[in-house]
Design a protein around this ligand. Structure first.
Ligand code: GLA
Length: 509
Protein backbone atom coordinates (compact mmCIF):
# COMPACT_ATOMS: atom_id res chain seq x y z
CA UNK A 1 0.00 0.00 0.00
CA UNK A 2 1.37 3.41 -0.95
CA UNK A 3 2.36 6.10 1.53
CA UNK A 4 0.78 9.55 1.34
CA UNK A 5 1.35 11.08 -2.12
CA UNK A 6 4.32 13.41 -2.61
CA UNK A 7 4.66 15.93 -5.39
CA UNK A 8 3.62 19.36 -6.60
CA UNK A 9 0.27 20.90 -7.50
CA UNK A 10 -0.34 23.91 -9.71
CA UNK A 11 -3.18 25.49 -7.74
CA UNK A 12 -1.57 27.44 -4.90
CA UNK A 13 0.82 29.43 -7.06
CA UNK A 14 -0.70 29.46 -10.52
CA UNK A 15 -4.43 29.29 -9.88
CA UNK A 16 -6.39 28.62 -13.06
CA UNK A 17 -3.72 30.00 -15.40
CA UNK A 18 -1.95 26.63 -15.63
CA UNK A 19 -0.58 25.45 -19.00
CA UNK A 20 1.99 23.03 -20.43
CA UNK A 21 4.88 25.46 -20.17
CA UNK A 22 4.29 26.08 -16.46
CA UNK A 23 3.86 22.38 -15.78
CA UNK A 24 7.09 21.40 -17.55
CA UNK A 25 9.08 24.16 -15.82
CA UNK A 26 7.85 22.83 -12.48
CA UNK A 27 8.59 19.22 -13.42
CA UNK A 28 12.12 20.24 -14.37
CA UNK A 29 12.52 22.12 -11.08
CA UNK A 30 11.32 19.02 -9.23
CA UNK A 31 14.25 17.16 -10.73
CA UNK A 32 16.80 20.01 -10.46
CA UNK A 33 16.09 20.81 -6.80
CA UNK A 34 16.50 17.16 -5.78
CA UNK A 35 12.86 16.88 -4.73
CA UNK A 36 12.33 14.06 -7.22
CA UNK A 37 15.28 12.10 -5.82
CA UNK A 38 13.77 12.49 -2.34
CA UNK A 39 10.49 10.86 -3.37
CA UNK A 40 8.37 13.70 -4.76
CA UNK A 41 6.80 12.29 -7.90
CA UNK A 42 3.36 13.69 -8.74
CA UNK A 43 3.06 16.69 -11.03
CA UNK A 44 -0.56 17.63 -10.54
CA UNK A 45 -2.51 19.87 -12.88
CA UNK A 46 -5.30 21.52 -10.90
CA UNK A 47 -8.24 23.74 -11.95
CA UNK A 48 -7.97 25.83 -15.11
CA UNK A 49 -6.65 23.24 -17.57
CA UNK A 50 -9.86 23.35 -19.63
CA UNK A 51 -12.56 25.89 -20.22
CA UNK A 52 -15.68 23.75 -20.12
CA UNK A 53 -15.86 23.04 -23.85
CA UNK A 54 -16.99 19.63 -25.15
CA UNK A 55 -17.39 18.33 -28.70
CA UNK A 56 -20.65 16.94 -30.12
CA UNK A 57 -19.93 13.56 -28.49
CA UNK A 58 -19.35 15.13 -25.10
CA UNK A 59 -15.56 14.74 -25.16
CA UNK A 60 -13.52 17.38 -23.35
CA UNK A 61 -11.89 19.86 -25.75
CA UNK A 62 -8.80 21.71 -24.52
CA UNK A 63 -7.03 24.82 -25.79
CA UNK A 64 -4.33 23.66 -28.27
CA UNK A 65 -2.19 26.68 -27.42
CA UNK A 66 -2.13 25.94 -23.71
CA UNK A 67 -1.50 22.23 -24.39
CA UNK A 68 0.57 22.07 -27.62
CA UNK A 69 2.36 19.17 -29.27
CA UNK A 70 5.56 18.55 -27.33
CA UNK A 71 7.27 15.92 -29.48
CA UNK A 72 7.24 14.76 -33.10
CA UNK A 73 4.03 13.06 -34.10
CA UNK A 74 1.92 14.66 -31.37
CA UNK A 75 -1.21 16.74 -32.01
CA UNK A 76 -1.84 20.02 -30.21
CA UNK A 77 -4.80 19.91 -27.81
CA UNK A 78 -4.18 16.35 -26.67
CA UNK A 79 -3.56 16.01 -22.92
CA UNK A 80 -1.68 12.76 -23.56
CA UNK A 81 1.23 14.98 -24.72
CA UNK A 82 1.89 16.49 -21.32
CA UNK A 83 1.47 13.11 -19.62
CA UNK A 84 4.10 11.58 -21.93
CA UNK A 85 6.52 14.43 -21.23
CA UNK A 86 6.03 14.08 -17.46
CA UNK A 87 6.44 10.30 -17.65
CA UNK A 88 9.62 10.66 -19.69
CA UNK A 89 11.14 12.42 -16.69
CA UNK A 90 10.26 9.48 -14.46
CA UNK A 91 7.46 11.46 -12.80
CA UNK A 92 3.72 10.88 -12.52
CA UNK A 93 0.92 13.08 -13.78
CA UNK A 94 -2.22 14.29 -12.03
CA UNK A 95 -5.41 15.86 -13.38
CA UNK A 96 -8.43 17.54 -11.86
CA UNK A 97 -12.19 17.73 -12.22
CA UNK A 98 -15.32 18.47 -10.23
CA UNK A 99 -18.16 16.17 -9.19
CA UNK A 100 -20.75 18.77 -10.22
CA UNK A 101 -21.58 20.37 -13.59
CA UNK A 102 -19.41 23.40 -12.89
CA UNK A 103 -15.94 23.46 -11.43
CA UNK A 104 -14.42 26.06 -9.14
CA UNK A 105 -13.55 28.25 -12.15
CA UNK A 106 -17.07 29.66 -11.95
CA UNK A 107 -15.64 31.80 -9.14
CA UNK A 108 -13.35 34.70 -10.01
CA UNK A 109 -9.66 33.90 -9.94
CA UNK A 110 -6.35 34.73 -11.66
CA UNK A 111 -7.57 33.23 -14.92
CA UNK A 112 -10.91 33.52 -16.70
CA UNK A 113 -14.21 32.84 -14.98
CA UNK A 114 -15.75 29.87 -16.79
CA UNK A 115 -18.63 27.47 -16.27
CA UNK A 116 -19.13 23.82 -17.14
CA UNK A 117 -15.72 22.50 -16.11
CA UNK A 118 -17.19 19.68 -13.98
CA UNK A 119 -17.80 16.05 -14.89
CA UNK A 120 -21.41 15.56 -13.78
CA UNK A 121 -23.32 13.81 -16.56
CA UNK A 122 -20.00 12.58 -18.02
CA UNK A 123 -18.47 10.58 -15.18
CA UNK A 124 -17.76 7.42 -17.20
CA UNK A 125 -16.63 9.34 -20.25
CA UNK A 126 -14.30 11.69 -18.39
CA UNK A 127 -12.62 9.17 -16.10
CA UNK A 128 -12.09 6.87 -19.07
CA UNK A 129 -10.55 9.83 -20.87
CA UNK A 130 -8.21 10.62 -17.96
CA UNK A 131 -7.08 6.99 -17.86
CA UNK A 132 -6.62 6.88 -21.66
CA UNK A 133 -4.56 10.07 -21.60
CA UNK A 134 -2.37 8.19 -19.15
CA UNK A 135 -2.90 10.24 -15.98
CA UNK A 136 -1.95 8.53 -12.72
CA UNK A 137 -3.83 10.71 -10.25
CA UNK A 138 -7.14 12.53 -10.24
CA UNK A 139 -8.43 15.11 -7.79
CA UNK A 140 -12.19 15.47 -7.75
CA UNK A 141 -13.42 18.77 -6.36
CA UNK A 142 -16.82 19.77 -5.01
CA UNK A 143 -17.60 23.37 -6.13
CA UNK A 144 -20.29 22.30 -8.61
CA UNK A 145 -21.65 19.60 -6.31
CA UNK A 146 -21.92 22.11 -3.51
CA UNK A 147 -23.68 24.68 -5.68
CA UNK A 148 -26.24 22.07 -6.76
CA UNK A 149 -26.70 20.79 -3.21
CA UNK A 150 -25.78 17.25 -4.24
CA UNK A 151 -25.01 14.52 -1.72
CA UNK A 152 -21.24 13.97 -1.81
CA UNK A 153 -21.39 10.36 -0.60
CA UNK A 154 -23.73 9.55 -3.50
CA UNK A 155 -21.83 11.46 -6.20
CA UNK A 156 -18.40 10.22 -5.17
CA UNK A 157 -19.72 6.64 -5.00
CA UNK A 158 -20.79 6.99 -8.63
CA UNK A 159 -17.40 8.43 -9.50
CA UNK A 160 -15.67 5.51 -7.76
CA UNK A 161 -17.70 3.13 -9.96
CA UNK A 162 -16.83 5.12 -13.09
CA UNK A 163 -13.16 4.99 -12.13
CA UNK A 164 -13.34 1.24 -11.64
CA UNK A 165 -14.94 0.85 -15.06
CA UNK A 166 -12.21 3.00 -16.64
CA UNK A 167 -9.59 0.92 -14.89
CA UNK A 168 -11.08 -2.30 -16.26
CA UNK A 169 -11.11 -0.88 -19.79
CA UNK A 170 -7.60 0.55 -19.75
CA UNK A 171 -5.78 -1.52 -17.09
CA UNK A 172 -4.72 1.87 -15.76
CA UNK A 173 -5.31 2.83 -12.13
CA UNK A 174 -6.05 6.39 -11.09
CA UNK A 175 -5.00 7.46 -7.59
CA UNK A 176 -8.14 9.02 -6.14
CA UNK A 177 -7.94 12.34 -4.30
CA UNK A 178 -11.36 13.38 -3.03
CA UNK A 179 -11.80 17.09 -2.35
CA UNK A 180 -15.03 17.80 -0.49
CA UNK A 181 -13.40 19.97 2.21
CA UNK A 182 -14.67 17.88 5.13
CA UNK A 183 -18.24 19.21 4.86
CA UNK A 184 -20.00 15.85 5.20
CA UNK A 185 -17.33 14.03 7.23
CA UNK A 186 -15.75 12.25 4.24
CA UNK A 187 -13.42 10.31 6.57
CA UNK A 188 -16.49 8.23 7.47
CA UNK A 189 -17.29 7.16 3.88
CA UNK A 190 -14.51 8.13 1.44
CA UNK A 191 -12.05 5.38 2.45
CA UNK A 192 -14.46 2.61 1.54
CA UNK A 193 -16.25 3.73 -1.60
CA UNK A 194 -17.08 0.70 -3.73
CA UNK A 195 -15.04 0.42 -6.89
CA UNK A 196 -12.08 2.69 -6.28
CA UNK A 197 -11.97 3.89 -2.67
CA UNK A 198 -10.54 7.35 -2.09
CA UNK A 199 -6.84 7.25 -1.24
CA UNK A 200 -6.85 10.73 0.25
CA UNK A 201 -9.74 12.98 1.24
CA UNK A 202 -9.68 16.65 2.08
CA UNK A 203 -10.75 17.54 5.60
CA UNK A 204 -11.06 21.33 5.33
CA UNK A 205 -11.16 24.32 2.99
CA UNK A 206 -8.14 25.82 1.26
CA UNK A 207 -5.15 27.28 3.08
CA UNK A 208 -4.57 29.74 0.27
CA UNK A 209 -7.09 32.49 0.41
CA UNK A 210 -7.79 34.12 -2.94
CA UNK A 211 -7.98 37.85 -2.43
CA UNK A 212 -10.68 39.10 -4.69
CA UNK A 213 -10.83 42.82 -5.29
CA UNK A 214 -13.40 44.47 -7.57
CA UNK A 215 -14.34 41.13 -9.07
CA UNK A 216 -10.74 40.37 -9.90
CA UNK A 217 -8.33 38.13 -8.14
CA UNK A 218 -5.32 40.21 -7.17
CA UNK A 219 -3.15 38.05 -4.99
CA UNK A 220 -2.85 34.77 -3.10
CA UNK A 221 -2.82 35.15 0.66
CA UNK A 222 -1.01 32.54 2.72
CA UNK A 223 -1.78 32.55 6.39
CA UNK A 224 -0.05 30.69 9.20
CA UNK A 225 -3.29 30.66 11.23
CA UNK A 226 -5.23 29.02 8.39
CA UNK A 227 -2.50 26.39 8.06
CA UNK A 228 -2.86 25.65 11.81
CA UNK A 229 -6.65 25.48 11.47
CA UNK A 230 -6.33 23.02 8.58
CA UNK A 231 -3.99 20.87 10.67
CA UNK A 232 -6.57 20.77 13.50
CA UNK A 233 -9.42 19.92 11.15
CA UNK A 234 -7.37 17.20 9.50
CA UNK A 235 -7.00 15.10 12.63
CA UNK A 236 -9.19 11.99 12.34
CA UNK A 237 -6.82 9.27 13.53
CA UNK A 238 -9.50 6.57 13.59
CA UNK A 239 -9.99 6.84 9.82
CA UNK A 240 -6.35 6.75 8.79
CA UNK A 241 -4.25 3.69 8.13
CA UNK A 242 -1.81 2.62 5.45
CA UNK A 243 -3.12 3.65 2.02
CA UNK A 244 -5.98 5.85 3.33
CA UNK A 245 -5.09 9.37 4.45
CA UNK A 246 -6.71 12.53 5.77
CA UNK A 247 -5.69 15.49 3.59
CA UNK A 248 -5.32 18.92 5.26
CA UNK A 249 -4.57 20.51 1.82
CA UNK A 250 -1.61 21.17 -0.44
CA UNK A 251 1.25 22.77 1.44
CA UNK A 252 2.04 26.49 1.35
CA UNK A 253 5.66 25.98 2.44
CA UNK A 254 7.98 28.24 0.46
CA UNK A 255 5.22 30.60 -0.65
CA UNK A 256 5.46 34.33 0.08
CA UNK A 257 3.89 35.07 3.49
CA UNK A 258 5.45 32.48 5.81
CA UNK A 259 8.70 32.90 7.75
CA UNK A 260 11.31 30.11 7.83
CA UNK A 261 10.14 29.15 11.33
CA UNK A 262 6.52 29.00 10.16
CA UNK A 263 7.54 26.83 7.20
CA UNK A 264 9.19 24.42 9.63
CA UNK A 265 6.13 24.26 11.87
CA UNK A 266 3.99 23.57 8.79
CA UNK A 267 6.28 20.74 7.66
CA UNK A 268 6.40 19.22 11.15
CA UNK A 269 2.60 19.20 11.39
CA UNK A 270 2.13 17.69 7.92
CA UNK A 271 4.63 14.89 8.46
CA UNK A 272 3.21 13.85 11.83
CA UNK A 273 -0.24 13.92 10.25
CA UNK A 274 0.95 11.52 7.58
CA UNK A 275 -0.52 14.09 5.19
CA UNK A 276 0.08 14.28 1.43
CA UNK A 277 3.28 16.25 0.82
CA UNK A 278 2.12 18.23 -2.19
CA UNK A 279 4.15 21.39 -2.56
CA UNK A 280 2.07 24.35 -3.76
CA UNK A 281 4.94 26.82 -4.08
CA UNK A 282 6.61 27.75 -7.36
CA UNK A 283 9.42 25.16 -7.36
CA UNK A 284 11.67 27.41 -9.45
CA UNK A 285 11.75 29.93 -6.59
CA UNK A 286 12.44 27.77 -3.51
CA UNK A 287 15.26 28.94 -1.24
CA UNK A 288 18.05 26.46 -0.39
CA UNK A 289 16.73 26.27 3.20
CA UNK A 290 13.25 25.35 2.03
CA UNK A 291 14.62 22.74 -0.36
CA UNK A 292 16.73 21.28 2.45
CA UNK A 293 13.70 20.99 4.69
CA UNK A 294 11.43 19.52 2.02
CA UNK A 295 14.06 16.91 1.18
CA UNK A 296 15.10 16.06 4.76
CA UNK A 297 14.97 12.26 4.84
CA UNK A 298 14.09 12.07 8.56
CA UNK A 299 11.05 14.24 7.96
CA UNK A 300 9.98 12.39 4.84
CA UNK A 301 10.48 9.09 6.65
CA UNK A 302 8.03 10.18 9.36
CA UNK A 303 5.42 11.16 6.80
CA UNK A 304 5.81 7.99 4.77
CA UNK A 305 6.08 5.62 7.73
CA UNK A 306 4.65 2.22 6.77
CA UNK A 307 2.09 2.08 9.59
CA UNK A 308 0.37 5.09 8.02
CA UNK A 309 -0.89 6.39 11.36
CA UNK A 310 -1.73 9.94 12.29
CA UNK A 311 -0.47 11.91 15.28
CA UNK A 312 -2.73 12.30 18.28
CA UNK A 313 -2.51 15.05 20.88
CA UNK A 314 -1.02 13.46 23.98
CA UNK A 315 -0.64 16.50 26.24
CA UNK A 316 -1.69 20.13 26.58
CA UNK A 317 -0.59 21.15 30.04
CA UNK A 318 -1.41 24.79 29.38
CA UNK A 319 -3.67 26.16 26.65
CA UNK A 320 -1.70 26.33 23.42
CA UNK A 321 1.26 24.25 24.62
CA UNK A 322 0.55 21.05 22.75
CA UNK A 323 2.41 17.77 22.36
CA UNK A 324 1.50 15.63 19.34
CA UNK A 325 2.82 12.12 18.89
CA UNK A 326 2.86 9.87 15.85
CA UNK A 327 3.58 6.19 16.39
CA UNK A 328 6.16 4.87 13.92
CA UNK A 329 6.79 1.35 12.65
CA UNK A 330 9.99 0.68 14.55
CA UNK A 331 8.90 -0.59 18.00
CA UNK A 332 9.31 2.21 20.57
CA UNK A 333 9.68 4.94 17.93
CA UNK A 334 7.62 8.13 18.01
CA UNK A 335 7.69 11.39 16.08
CA UNK A 336 6.80 14.13 18.54
CA UNK A 337 5.94 17.77 17.87
CA UNK A 338 6.16 20.21 20.77
CA UNK A 339 3.99 23.03 19.45
CA UNK A 340 3.85 26.41 21.13
CA UNK A 341 0.71 28.19 19.93
CA UNK A 342 0.97 30.93 22.56
CA UNK A 343 2.46 34.42 22.19
CA UNK A 344 5.36 33.76 24.59
CA UNK A 345 8.35 31.39 24.50
CA UNK A 346 7.85 28.35 26.72
CA UNK A 347 9.81 25.55 28.29
CA UNK A 348 7.98 22.47 27.00
CA UNK A 349 8.14 18.90 28.17
CA UNK A 350 7.06 15.51 26.92
CA UNK A 351 6.98 12.52 29.23
CA UNK A 352 7.47 8.96 28.04
CA UNK A 353 4.24 7.95 29.74
CA UNK A 354 2.37 10.40 27.46
CA UNK A 355 3.92 8.59 24.52
CA UNK A 356 2.93 5.16 25.81
CA UNK A 357 6.59 4.22 26.27
CA UNK A 358 8.25 2.41 29.14
CA UNK A 359 9.79 4.71 31.74
CA UNK A 360 13.35 4.02 30.66
CA UNK A 361 16.16 5.64 28.76
CA UNK A 362 15.32 6.66 25.22
CA UNK A 363 17.30 8.34 22.47
CA UNK A 364 15.94 11.68 21.34
CA UNK A 365 16.92 13.25 18.03
CA UNK A 366 16.05 16.91 17.60
CA UNK A 367 15.20 17.03 13.91
CA UNK A 368 15.88 20.75 13.61
CA UNK A 369 19.41 20.67 15.05
CA UNK A 370 20.20 17.03 14.20
CA UNK A 371 21.47 16.56 17.77
CA UNK A 372 20.81 13.12 19.28
CA UNK A 373 21.02 12.53 23.04
CA UNK A 374 19.87 9.95 25.57
CA UNK A 375 17.07 11.06 27.88
CA UNK A 376 15.37 9.35 30.80
CA UNK A 377 11.59 9.51 31.29
CA UNK A 378 11.03 12.86 29.61
CA UNK A 379 12.44 15.49 27.24
CA UNK A 380 12.42 19.23 27.77
CA UNK A 381 13.06 21.96 25.27
CA UNK A 382 12.51 25.70 24.97
CA UNK A 383 10.11 26.51 22.14
CA UNK A 384 9.80 30.09 20.82
CA UNK A 385 6.32 31.63 20.51
CA UNK A 386 4.45 30.38 17.45
CA UNK A 387 7.09 27.75 16.80
CA UNK A 388 7.54 24.01 17.19
CA UNK A 389 10.28 21.48 17.80
CA UNK A 390 10.12 18.11 16.11
CA UNK A 391 11.92 15.18 17.72
CA UNK A 392 12.18 11.49 17.05
CA UNK A 393 12.12 9.42 20.23
CA UNK A 394 13.45 5.89 20.20
CA UNK A 395 12.29 4.33 23.45
CA UNK A 396 10.99 1.01 24.67
CA UNK A 397 7.56 -0.28 23.79
CA UNK A 398 5.67 -1.88 26.66
CA UNK A 399 4.39 -5.41 25.98
CA UNK A 400 1.28 -5.55 23.85
CA UNK A 401 -1.62 -7.67 25.03
CA UNK A 402 -2.88 -10.23 22.51
CA UNK A 403 -6.58 -11.01 22.32
CA UNK A 404 -8.21 -13.88 20.46
CA UNK A 405 -11.69 -13.68 19.01
CA UNK A 406 -14.64 -15.18 20.83
CA UNK A 407 -16.22 -16.98 17.91
CA UNK A 408 -14.82 -19.72 15.73
CA UNK A 409 -15.69 -17.43 12.83
CA UNK A 410 -12.08 -16.30 12.98
CA UNK A 411 -10.96 -19.48 11.26
CA UNK A 412 -12.71 -18.88 7.96
CA UNK A 413 -13.59 -15.79 6.03
CA UNK A 414 -17.23 -15.19 6.70
CA UNK A 415 -20.00 -13.11 5.29
CA UNK A 416 -22.64 -11.51 7.46
CA UNK A 417 -20.84 -12.65 10.57
CA UNK A 418 -18.92 -10.71 13.14
CA UNK A 419 -15.66 -11.34 14.93
CA UNK A 420 -15.86 -10.18 18.52
CA UNK A 421 -13.14 -9.45 21.04
CA UNK A 422 -14.24 -8.85 24.63
CA UNK A 423 -12.59 -7.47 27.77
CA UNK A 424 -10.07 -5.57 25.69
CA UNK A 425 -7.70 -3.13 27.44
CA UNK A 426 -8.78 -1.82 30.81
CA UNK A 427 -8.25 1.78 29.88
CA UNK A 428 -9.95 4.67 28.17
CA UNK A 429 -8.32 6.83 25.51
CA UNK A 430 -6.50 6.20 22.27
CA UNK A 431 -5.29 2.64 21.72
CA UNK A 432 -3.33 1.09 18.93
CA UNK A 433 -4.80 -2.11 17.57
CA UNK A 434 -2.67 -4.32 15.38
CA UNK A 435 -4.94 -6.72 13.52
CA UNK A 436 -3.45 -10.05 12.38
CA UNK A 437 -5.43 -11.35 9.39
CA UNK A 438 -5.43 -13.21 6.14
CA UNK A 439 -7.13 -12.16 2.93
CA UNK A 440 -6.70 -14.87 0.34
CA UNK A 441 -8.68 -12.89 -2.26
CA UNK A 442 -7.10 -10.72 -4.93
CA UNK A 443 -8.58 -7.42 -3.88
CA UNK A 444 -8.91 -5.28 -0.80
CA UNK A 445 -11.44 -6.52 1.72
CA UNK A 446 -13.11 -4.38 4.32
CA UNK A 447 -14.26 -4.72 7.88
CA UNK A 448 -16.22 -2.31 9.99
CA UNK A 449 -14.86 -1.88 13.48
CA UNK A 450 -17.21 -0.98 16.32
CA UNK A 451 -15.95 -0.22 19.81
CA UNK A 452 -18.58 -0.87 22.48
CA UNK A 453 -21.29 -0.77 19.81
CA UNK A 454 -20.33 2.67 18.50
CA UNK A 455 -18.84 3.72 15.23
CA UNK A 456 -18.22 2.16 12.86
CA UNK A 457 -14.92 2.92 11.18
CA UNK A 458 -14.00 0.99 8.05
CA UNK A 459 -10.64 -0.70 7.67
CA UNK A 460 -9.10 -1.89 4.39
CA UNK A 461 -7.22 -5.19 4.36
CA UNK A 462 -4.90 -5.74 1.39
CA UNK A 463 -4.70 -9.21 -0.17
CA UNK A 464 -2.15 -11.46 1.54
CA UNK A 465 -2.26 -14.61 -0.63
CA UNK A 466 -1.47 -17.57 1.59
CA UNK A 467 0.64 -15.48 3.99
CA UNK A 468 -0.78 -13.47 6.84
CA UNK A 469 -0.78 -9.71 7.17
CA UNK A 470 -1.21 -6.99 9.76
CA UNK A 471 -3.01 -3.66 9.68
CA UNK A 472 -2.64 -1.20 12.53
CA UNK A 473 -5.35 1.29 13.42
CA UNK A 474 -5.92 3.75 16.22
CA UNK A 475 -9.18 3.60 18.07
CA UNK A 476 -10.76 5.42 20.98
CA UNK A 477 -11.54 3.16 23.93
CA UNK A 478 -14.00 4.31 26.56
CA UNK A 479 -14.29 1.57 29.16
CA UNK A 480 -11.70 1.37 31.83
CA UNK A 481 -13.61 -0.96 34.19
CA UNK A 482 -14.46 -4.29 32.47
CA UNK A 483 -12.61 -3.61 29.27
CA UNK A 484 -13.91 -2.82 25.80
CA UNK A 485 -15.73 -4.90 23.21
CA UNK A 486 -14.31 -4.67 19.70
CA UNK A 487 -16.42 -6.10 16.88
CA UNK A 488 -15.32 -6.50 13.28
CA UNK A 489 -18.11 -7.12 10.78
CA UNK A 490 -18.50 -7.15 7.03
CA UNK A 491 -19.87 -3.86 5.63
CA UNK A 492 -23.54 -4.04 4.54
CA UNK A 493 -22.79 -4.03 0.87
CA UNK A 494 -20.23 -6.85 1.05
CA UNK A 495 -20.49 -9.32 -1.81
CA UNK A 496 -19.61 -13.04 -1.52
CA UNK A 497 -16.41 -12.49 -3.47
CA UNK A 498 -15.05 -10.02 -0.94
CA UNK A 499 -16.25 -11.29 2.42
CA UNK A 500 -14.74 -10.33 5.74
CA UNK A 501 -11.02 -11.09 5.94
CA UNK A 502 -10.12 -13.77 8.42
CA UNK A 503 -9.11 -12.00 11.62
CA UNK A 504 -6.99 -14.15 13.89
CA UNK A 505 -5.93 -11.91 16.73
CA UNK A 506 -5.50 -8.32 17.83
CA UNK A 507 -2.56 -6.85 19.68
CA UNK A 508 -3.55 -3.85 21.74
CA UNK A 509 -1.40 -1.13 23.29
C1 GLA B 1 -11.08 24.29 -4.52
C2 GLA B 1 -10.09 23.28 -3.97
C3 GLA B 1 -8.68 23.76 -4.22
C4 GLA B 1 -8.45 24.02 -5.69
C5 GLA B 1 -9.50 24.98 -6.21
C6 GLA B 1 -9.47 25.10 -7.70
O1 GLA B 1 -11.07 25.48 -3.82
O2 GLA B 1 -10.32 23.08 -2.62
O3 GLA B 1 -7.76 22.84 -3.72
O4 GLA B 1 -8.51 22.80 -6.38
O5 GLA B 1 -10.81 24.56 -5.88
O6 GLA B 1 -10.40 26.02 -8.14
Amino acid sequence: MPGPPMGWSSWNSFSNTVNAQIVMEQAKAMADTGLQKSGYQYVNIDEGWWLGKRDADGNIVVDPQAWPAMAAGETAGDMANIVRSIHKMGLKAGIYTDAGKDGCSMYPDLGPKVFGTGSEGHYEQDFLQFAKWGFDYVKVDWCGGDKENLDPAVQYAEIARAMQKAEKQTAHRLYFSLCEWGKQSPWTWAPHLRGVPANVWRTSGDIVDPIVASGEHKDRKVSFEKMLANFDQGIHPEAQHTGAYNDPDMMVIGMPGLTDAQNRVHMALWVVSGAPLLVGADLTKLTPDTVAMLTNSDLIGIDQDALGLQAVKVAETEKGLQVWSKVLTNPGARAVVLLNRTAAPAEMKVEWKDLGLANAEARVKNLWSGEELPSFGAYMVKVPAGDAVLVRVQGTEPEAVTYRPEASAAKTACRGCAVRFAKVAMHAGWARVQIAYTNPGRTLRYAELRVNGQGPTTIAFPATGTASGAVTVQTMLDRAEDGNVLTFSAPNDTTPSDALPSIQAILVR
